[in-house]
Design a protein around this ligand. Structure first.
Ligand SMILES: NC(=O)c1ccc[n+]([C@@H]2O[C@H](COP(=O)([O-])OP(=O)(O)OC[C@H]3O[C@@H](n4cnc5c(N)ncnc54)[C@H](O)[C@@H]3O)[C@@H](O)[C@H]2O)c1
Length: 323
């Protein structure tokens, strides 16, 4: 099969590209290298089954041409991470909304199956746990631009589901909870790579707020496995799924775990949100997915524990440090 991955030079996209090529597929990656990196594609360099097209999902002609050549599209390109969204809100909104519209419209021409990457952020301030795919979604006020990421991804989901219902477009939507592992960069505020990097250099680990907010972290290779299984199941079409783990940890405890696993002398510093984000910033206290829908359809269960994830990131950062 010829598969197009938008955002293929990114953290998740590059792991997915390797996985699909190992299965015998031909992969084209469309990426503008804004948060993606050529280095992520090192293992694929020179591989005849892979091509990188440097370009933008905001270019409808390019998206159309690449989608027409593809038998399936994994749409992962997006402005990702709360920090980036807060720093560049209008560009982020347009990337996520107009970019997705371009991909879905291009797919309509040949009814090409589309995988759409969504996010746990869409649950916003929803306070009933665990989050189910059919839970109500509660976002904050528009003056708090943080919610624009969640809103843009909600709109992506609506548009994909609308094209499915009206035009029969085969779409599958997956809401990623915190996905991490090797190749994730800390540059855009992703917590685990930042913690590991600082711990390895004996620098303080900066915990935002009181550190009691909790998250569940999934390993990127587990997530890629789920993604591939889902696109293989006709019953997934037109459906929304959560992907994540039920291993919950507070950010304060996460920092302590990283310090222990790196055997680091680093201390933890609590940083008030207002020192990092504009006034009025709201964080989500907790995010816990119900993944039973995904498990029932695909048999998927995450294989890697949080300690394995942290250990893998430590190994990668140590390796980078000696290169
Ligand atoms: N990593 C997570 O925890 C997480 C959580 C929720 C959702 N997601 C979703 O998963 C997808 C992949 O995220 P990731 O973690 O790999 O982040 P990433 O930043 O590494 O990947 C996004 C990729 O898209 C590319 N891109 C951005 N704008 C583009 C544009 N206009 N045209 C072409 N390429 C563009 C970037 O260069 C990057 O390579 C995103 O859709 C994101 O919203 C990720």
């Amino acid at each position: 099969m010829h598969i197009l991955i938008t955002g293929g030079a990114g953290f998740i996209g590059s792991h997915l590209a390797e996985r699909l090529i190992a299965q015998g597929h031909q992969v084209s990656a469309l990426d503008n290298l804004s948060t993606g990196r050529l280095d992520n594609l090192r293992a694929l360099s020179g591989n005849p089954a892979f091509e990188l097209v440097e370009g933008d999902i905001l270019d409808p002609g390019l998206v159309d041409a690449l989608t027409r050549k593809a038998d399936m599209v994994f749409h992962l390109a997006a402005a990702v991470g709360v920090k980036l969204i807060m720093d560049e809100p209008s560009r982020s909104i347009l990337t996520n909304v107009t970019g997705t519209e371009n991909v879905l419209r291009a797919a309509l021409a040949d009814n090409t199956p589309v995988f759409l990457a969504s996010t746990s952020e869409v649950y916003g301030k929803t306070a009933s746990f665990p989050f189910r795919e059919d839970s109500d979604l509660t976002l904050g006020a528009t003056v708090n631009l943080r919610w624009s990421y969640a809103c843009s991804k909600q709109l992506d989901e609506f548009l994909a589901l609308a094209f499915h219902r009206e035009r029969g477009l085969p779409v599958v939507i997956l809401r990623f909870f915190n996905t991490t592992g090797p190749r994730q960069t800390g540059r855009y505020g992703m917590v685990l790579p930042n913690f590991v990097q600082n711990a390895l250099y004996g620098k303080p680990l900066m915990v935002h707020g009181d550190g009691r907010q909790s998250r569940c972290f999934g390993h990127v290779l587990d997530v890629v496995e789920a993604l591939v299984r889902l696109m293989d199941r006709p019953a997934a079409i037109g459906q929304v799924f959560n992907i994540g783990t039920s291993e919950e940890i507070t950010i304060g405890d996460l920092a302590r775990r990283v310090i222990a696993l790196t055997n680091s002398p680093s201390k933890i510093e609590l940083i008030p949100y207002e020192n990092v984000y504009p006034e009025g910033f709201e964080d989500m206290d907790r995010r816990l997915p119900d993944v039973s829908k995904l498990q029932k359809l695909t048999g998927f269960k995450p294989e890697r524990t949080l300690d394995q994830i942290i250990t893998d990131i430590i190994a990668e950062k140590r390796c980078e440090a000696v290169q």
